[in-house]
Design a protein around this ligand. Structure first.
Ligand SMILES: Nc1ncnc2c1ncn2[C@@H]1O[C@H](COP(=O)(O)OP(=O)(O)OP(=O)(O)O)[C@@H](O)[C@H]1O
Length: 680
């Protein structure tokens, strides 16, 4: 009955949507200068975009709600984009980000107090029905009731989530609007002006939630935010490619998605002679060698403080220790006066602005003083001499680029050993260089961010976050990561307090996500055992109860390894797994097996740190490259005592590799199995 009812409803809604769409498609796009016409075209364009989304999938949920003191129970259909009936003005489909839709995600069935916050205040009432609706190609596929008032447990909620999680994955992360969970909803809708810091276990949906949060913020705070002033920092180009689909699916464009090094080098260090070290070489060296822990001094706030102290000293030393006397035997501007202007009148301006303002002030002073001469000719001459002298005086203030200032600072600190060659700037130098740049040149208003997202933030240093903080209008951040996956121990942090302290507790909000949606119960239980070896272990992942096959652990002779990998891949292909990954400890290990394996499995692709995109299918990759990605099935190779000895670093690497698997995980080793997985 519910199915028939929804089929009729869908038919009627689609007929209105299709008609509206066709009508708008017939109106030619306005390309002219008329202001009113442009505003009208802008709003038509927005409606066209919403209708395009709605034509594909009009809605995915229905919520029946009765407002307190009203008789009528109203059905709200929730979709990715809101749609109005252009004739009646009625809401046909409610945007998933609208306040009432929050009830759909947040209401679990047992709350006494049911309300949502509308722009006019709190709206209380009762929920009668929560229903998921699946459509495909404008046809109704499935109707699942998650809550029916008065009935014990409709609980199609879990069933529907499982149905979604059992799906096989392709090469892109997808939106989750139909199944956002209560705790995820809370983070997505958390108010704008705080730093939201999320520690989430592998597969808890951190990246997905952060992207949905951006779409939500742009909707809820549309008056305050602009997409092009929001930025997402992700760990590498493959990952950026992997997540690139989600925001367009949610109808959001224009948000800059980049990596921190790329952004600093292209947007800030505007110096063609400055070149960044090869990050893939750096990471390869770090991961392929033994994994010595390194102290990231250049990423610390203490280092920032020292840089700042030196900068302020440099700024003082920058002012020539002399009066400005443009004309012989006449009064000039005493040094004392210049210092007062700089320290009092120009206070708060960055060094280069102070320079510009002093130049303007001295130019005006020359103009006024020149008028003291009676003769026009004398005035002219005085002006000319004055300006000449001003140029000489200003030449003493040498213009400096961030790298030169950095070199000077490190020299003063007697740490020239820390200065990288100009054509091999290291990742660790980027925060100091950015800081120096912003201190010296200042940050223009339109360069400040409205909101910053940092994914895999455990690999960011406090110094990096601190300089980004200074570039963000309010402390509006979404910072997400997992300490258990902090494999770049030489770059990042080992406790979130590092960031919380930076913003202050009143300006930040810490969330923990412990439910893991990606993997089966068996895979999560297995991966959790690896975490026992971490000294500073965050909470264990809790599975959504989705059971699959046991994790297979097998010893194979070295000579049989290739054969084993090949037969495993064939086996997985037979099971119709779409994304299949063979994960090895290092790139050198991948190189050693790739040619022979490729002969047997021609569709195999090898992914390295240098790759820019992930194409799905069958992949061979080093474990550290797999971070952030996911695959239907994973084979972890060489999980033995030599390649994975018991250290913090290898435990994290192995954990990252194993938690990439959604439905199936196999582990093979030659020689003794790593102690990280013994006694499992
Ligand atoms: N509420 C949900 N409904 C359906 N799928 C979900 C939900 N939350 C997360 N997922 C799925 O779980 C998987 C993991 O999500 P995501 O990659 O965002 O997690 P993560 O915490 O960033 O993972 P990791 O740290 O391991 O890289 C994705 O396939 C995502 O679609």
């Amino acid at each position: 009955m519910a199915f028939e009812e929804e089929k009729k409803e869908l038919h009627e809604t689609l007929s209105i949507i299709n008609k509206q769409y066709e009508r708008l498609a017939e109106i030619p796009e306005y390309i002219g200068d008329d202001f009113t016409e442009n505003v009208l075209e802008g709003s038509r364009q927005r409606v066209r975009e919403s209708l395009t989304i709605a034509k594909k999938e009009p809605y995915f949920a229905r919520l029946d709600f009765k407002e307190e003191e009203k008789e009528e129970v109203k059905a709200t259909y929730i979709g990715k984009a809101g749609v109005f009936d252009e004739h009646t003005g009625d809401v046909l489909i409610t945007d998933w980000r609208a306040p009432i839709a929050s009830l759909f995600y947040g209401f679990s069935g047992s709350e006494d107090d049911v309300y949502y916050l509308s722009p006019d205040g709190i709206v209380e009432g009762e929920i009668y029905l929560k229903r998921n609706i699946v459509t495909y190609n404008q046809e109704l596929q499935r109707v699942v009731d998650r809550y029916i008032r008065g009935e014990q447990e409709a609980s199609g909620g879990d069933e529907f989530l499982l149905y979604k999680l059992e799906d096989q994955k392709d090469n892109r992360l997808r939106d989750i609007v139909a199944t956002i969970q209560g705790e995820q909803n809370e983070i997505i809708r958390y108010p704008l002006n705080k730093a939201v810091i999320i520690q989430g276990v592998a597969g808890s949906g951190k990246t997905t939630v952060a992207l949905h949060r951006l779409a939500y913020l742009l909707y809820e705070y549309r008056e305050q935010l602009t997409a092009h002033r929001m930025i997402i920092f992700a760990p590498n180009t493959i990952f950026l490619d992997y997540i690139s689909q989600v925001l367009p699916e949610l109808g959001v464009g224009d948000i800059v998605q980049t990596t921190f090094p790329k952004w600093v080098m292209t947007s800030i260090i505007d110096d063609p002679k400055c070149k960044l070290e090869s990050l893939s070489e750096r990471r390869k060296a770090f991961f392929e060698s033994g994994t010595a822990e390194q102290n990231n001094w250049k990423g610390s706030l203490e280092f920032q403080q020292q840089i700042r102290e030196q900068l302020s000293q440099l700024e003082k030393d920058w002012i020539p220790e002399e009066d400005f006397i443009p004309w012989e035997n006449k009064k000039g501007v005493p040094l004392e006066q210049i210092n007062t202007w700089i320290e009092a009148d120009f206070k708060g301006n960055p060094a280069t602005k102070k320079y510009d303002r002093l130049k303007a002030k001295l130019t005006r002073w020359i103009e006024i003083e020149a008028k003291m001469y009676e003769e026009k000719k004398e005035q002219e001459q005085a002006r000319k001499d004055g300006k000449k002298e001003l140029r000489r005086y200003l030449r003493k203030w040498k213009k400096r680029k961030p790298y030169e200032l950095y070199a000077q600072i490190l020299k003063k600190m007697e740490r020239t050993d820390l200065l990288p060659p100009k054509d091999k700037i290291t990742l660790d130098d980027l925060a100091p260089l950015l800081d120096i740049h912003d201190y010296w040149y200042g940050i223009e208003r339109d360069e400040r961010f409205d909101h910053v997202v940092i994914d895999e933030a455990q690999d960011f240093s406090p110094y990096q976050v601190s300089v980004l903080h200074a570039r963000t209008k309010t402390a509006s951040f979404t910072i997400l990561g997992d300490l258990a996956q902090g494999i770049h121990s030489n770059e990042g942090i080992d406790e979130w307090e590092n960031f919380i302290d930076l913003f202050g507790t009143s300006r930040s909000k810490f969330f923990q996500m412990t439910k893991s949606y990606r993997s089966t119960y068996e895979i999560i239980a297995f991966s959790n055992t690896i975490l026992r070896h971490l000294a500073n272990r965050p909470a264990y992942a809790e599975p959504v109860f989705r059971s699959g096959e046991e994790v297979q652990i097998q010893q194979v002779d070295t000579e049989e390894k290739l054969e084993k990998i090949t037969s495993w891949i064939h086996d997985m292909k037979n099971k119709e797994m779409k994304t299949i990954a063979v994960i090895l400890r290092s790139e050198a290990d991948c190189n050693a097996v790739y040619p022979k394996l490729k002969e047997k499995i021609p569709e195999l692709t090898m992914i390295t740190t240098e790759d820019k995109s992930y194409e799905g299918g069958i992949s061979l990759l080093p474990v550290y490259v797999s971070k952030g990605l996911e695959f239907d099935t994973v084979l972890m190779v060489d999980v033995d005592e030599t390649r994975y000895p018991v250290t913090e670093q290898t435990a994290k690497l192995l954990y990252v590799g194993c938690t990439r698997a959604l439905h199936h995980l196999s582990v093979i080793h030659s020689g003794n199995a790593s102690k990280l997985i013994s006694n499992v």
